[in-house]
Design a protein around this ligand. Structure first.
Ligand SMILES: Cc1cc2nc3c(=O)[nH]c(=O)nc-3n(C[C@H](O)[C@H](O)[C@H](O)COP(=O)(O)OP(=O)(O)OC[C@H]3O[C@@H](n4cnc5c(N)ncnc54)[C@H](O)[C@@H]3O)c2cc1C
Length: 336
């Protein structure tokens, strides 16, 4: 078990609301549960909160969050954590929700990858696209966490290093832009000569000191304990260039899998959980919010996930306590 630095003390075995998924929708659900006076735990298979935002674009500016003309992914997640913090949610990170059953009293019992059992009055599933796993860089797998990484949660970890970034999408180019000022060198390697990344970001990288190698792939990664150099294979003329590297960042995309959630009895269509207008799934006391939900007209945006999280928690609160209203009142009414 790996309770995060964000965790409050103790083990969350019994809570009012268990939120499965610590992406933006899950973190806002945690705030809302706290605001409603409910004890809440937030579980995520990843070791950091923030879901797709932290894992894939922490340094990117998000332009469509209400009230923020532009906010970096990392800052948005930090603010969501700060917003929930006064209510002391327990974060159970690096822990996948695997089984879901009901106790005799109707509460929901979730079993996890660490052998823990969490019993909750209700569950809010904010599992996004499921548990996502980066596509591995086959030539470098022996160096995972010894120079090879798949995400960049902390730019400063690469400061002063020779960095090789592999990939041609938004993540690869965003990381090239942000690492170029602080790394000793940045080489971007892509197997094609066209990129999926946003044109403006590609142009920015092209105008920088980043060395862009197209029609190329990583042939070998070497090092004694830690990565020290990389062989790059040029697919057209079949030559090899060896570059020094202490960091190799593979941005080759990811596979996503709803995994164990498909066995929980919820109605799932095209890898999404079908919900009603109260964000109820077809399983008693199990609600859902964010990217994972589906209903006619669904739009998969962070802004929409926030609204669904509030709807799910407020309806769960009313279901748990017959005296509770669905409408919680306004947060301003709680100000001193
Ligand atoms: C490159 C990129 C750029 C984007 N830009 C924007 C943008 O500008 N604006 C915008 O609104 N949206 C944007 N999005 C989409 C946005 O990131 C998603 O809509 C948002 O992250 C969905 O939030 P969520 O909380 O529903 O799910 P997610 O962020 O996917 O989080 C779900 C979490 O659930 C966890 N999880 C899944 N299953 C389990 C399980 N069984 N047990 C434990 N944990 C589990 C996962 O590990 C994950 O951390 C972008 C997405 C990408 C990839």
């Amino acid at each position: 078990m790996n309770e995060s630095p964000h965790a409050s003390t103790g083990t969350a075995r019994e809570v009012d609301i268990l939120v499965v998924g610590a992406g933006p929708a899950g973190l806002f659900a945690a705030y809302y549960a706290g605001f409603r006076g409910l004890r809440v735990a937030v579980m995520d298979a990843l070791s950091e909160p923030g879901g797709q935002v932290s894992a894939m674009y922490p340094e990117k500016s998000i332009l469509d969050i209400a009230g923020f003309p532009a906010v970096k992914g990392r800052e948005l997640i930090d603010r969501l954590l700060a917003q929930a913090a006064p209510y002391d949610p327990v974060y159970l990170l690096g822990e996948q929700a695997q089984t879901l059953d009901h106790a005799a009293d109707g509460r929901v019992v979730v079993g996890t990858s660490t052998g823990r059992t969490v019993t909750a009055g209700a569950v809010v599933v904010t599992g996004g696209i499921g548990t996502f796993t980066p596509r591995p860089l086959a030539e470098g797998v022996d160096f995972l966490d010894r120079g090879l990484s798949y995400f960049v949660p902390d730019l400063s970890a690469h400061a002063g290093r020779d960095v090789v970034i592999v990939g041609g999408g938004d993540s690869a180019f965003d990381w090239a832009v942000h690492l170029e000022p602080i790394a000793a060198s940045v080489t971007l390697v892509h197997r094609r000569d066209r990129f999926r990344a946003h044109g403006a970001t590609v142009a920015r990288v092209r105008d920088s000191s980043v060395r862009v190698l197209v029609n190329a792939d990583v042939a070998a990664v070497r090092g004694n304990g830690w990565i020290s150099e990389v062989d790059i294979h040029h697919r057209v003329d079949k030559t090899i260039t060896t570059v020094p590297a202490q960091s190799v960042i593979a941005a080759l995309g990811f596979t996503a899998d709803l995994g164990p959630m498909t066995d929980w009895g919820m109605r799932i269509e095209s890898r999404h959980i079908v919900v009603d207008s109260r964000m109820r799934t077809t399983v008693p006391r199990v609600y859902a919010a964010g990217d994972i939900t589906d209903y006619p007209g669904k739009v998969r945006l962070i802004a929409v996930g926030f609204g669904e999280a509030a709807t799910a928690v407020n309806n769960a609160a009313a279901a748990l306590d017959p005296d509770a209203e669905i409408f919680p009142g306004h947060s301003t009414e709680q100000e001193n």
